[in-house]
Write a protein that binds this ligand. Structure first.
Ligand code: FE
Length: 361
């Protein structure tokens, strides 16, 4: 994510009053069962107000398709996840937000802690999204998956050197590891998962091992770590899967050249698979257009939407029965750890304090 981008307000109407007016004719409270009928799809009108921390232009065609299929217009506000959470908190009961989307389970968890989600029941969402990738009471749902894994120098590192997260913190990689800073939500979720799996003591040892292994103080995003491996600054880097896949399959020739020297490994956590985070969303606590909000989530969870997000943003589908499209299909044969995203997300505050005490900048 380019989390440095300032909050953008897109397609906003004239303010809260206008939203209130529109919501009066949006058919709120109808529930999700209307969404499958062809008649409902062509006759329902209104708007849905989407607060999203996903900023990918490749998502825009999805929103257009939703409007074509349902007649429901999307008013989209983009921002950093915590800015959007703060905004919804300050708007309170008058918040026009219908749906909040973030690209990390921890951000969803923080929004939930702030009381910003309404639990919703949807047989469609329950059927499409595995239990461990949604909040148990229906407050948020995973809509795409991203593995937090390892890119390594193919000439210097053997695959068996990077087949577990433990090995990254071991002596083999002293001074040879690149990773971004501890304020990255992706790192917080990874360490949260280790705390959940191992308990705080072993996780703390791991965090200290990572700090000892850093080739340089954390700087840049995940792609910068991968480039640093190719440049010989380090031998291994921790990265989200889609950044590497995008570099390997995109149009940027220098990034493509980087990935000819670097391989992707999916380390296993306790032999159960790689740490997988989600991008996901939920219905806002005071959603003025609740039925439309559920329809948008159901649309984003549809096999077509999952395929679009996987193909265009190089993430993995959440549904096991949605085949990963190219180019991610070439990387999709890994085992994902079955840990509940809600469980590791709730560990983020603990992870943050552990990492900063260990000197992980
Ligand atoms: Fe990202």
């Amino acid at each position: 994510m380019t989390e440095t981008r300032a909050m953008r307000i897109i397609s906003m109407l004239a303010g809260v009053a206008a939203f209130g007016l529109l919501s009066a004719c949006s058919g709120q409270g109808a529930g999700s069962d209307k969404s499958d009928g062809a008649d409902a799809a062509t006759t329902e009108t209104g708007v849905v107000n989407l607060y999203t921390a996903r900023h990918y232009d490749s998502d825009l065609p999805l929103y257009e398709r939703f409007t074509q299929e349902t007649g429901i217009r999307i008013n989209r506000i983009e921002g950093k996840p915590d800015e959007l959470v703060a905004r919804m908190r300050s708007e309170g009961a008058n918040s026009p937000a219908d749906v909040f989307i973030a690209a990390d389970a921890g951000a969803l968890w923080r929004a939930d802690q702030a009381g910003l989600f309404l639990p919703v029941q949807s047989a469609v969402l329950d059927a499409r999204i595995p239990e461990n990738l949604r909040e148990p009471s229906g407050k948020w749902y995973g809509l795409s998956r991203r593995a937090r894994i390892v890119a390594y120098d193919s000439a210097k590192v053997k695959p068996e050197d990077v087949d577990s997260y433990e090995k990254l913190a071991g002596p083999r990689f002293k001074g040879r590891l690149c990773v971004r800073s501890s304020d990255s939500v992706y790192n917080l979720s990874l360490v949260g998962a280790l705390i959940e799996a191992w308990g705080p003591e072993k996780a703390d040892t791991w965090v200290r091992g990572i700090v000892a292994n850093m080739a340089r103080p954390p700087q840049g995003g995940d792609r910068d770590q991968i480039r640093a491996v190719a440049a010989g600054v380090c031998e291994v880097a921790i990265t989200n899967s889609y950044y590497f896949i995008r570099m390997a399959s995109g149009d940027n020739e220098s990034d493509k050249a980087v990935t000819t020297k670097v391989s992707l490994a999916f380390p296993s956590l306790d032999g159960k698979g790689a740490h997988v985070n989600i991008s996901g969303g939920g219905v806002a606590a005071n959603a003025p257009n609740k039925a439309n909000a559920i329809r948008l989530l159901e649309f984003l969870a549809s096999p077509e939407s999952q395929t679009h997000v996987a193909a265009s943003n190089n993430e993995f589908p959440v549904s096991p029965d949605v085949p990963p499209p190219p180019p991610v299909d070439a990387y999709a044969a890994f085992t994902a750890h079955p840990m509940s995203a809600a469980a590791f997300a709730a560990r983020q505050p603990e992870a943050q304090s552990m990492m900063s005490k260990a000197g992980w900048r």
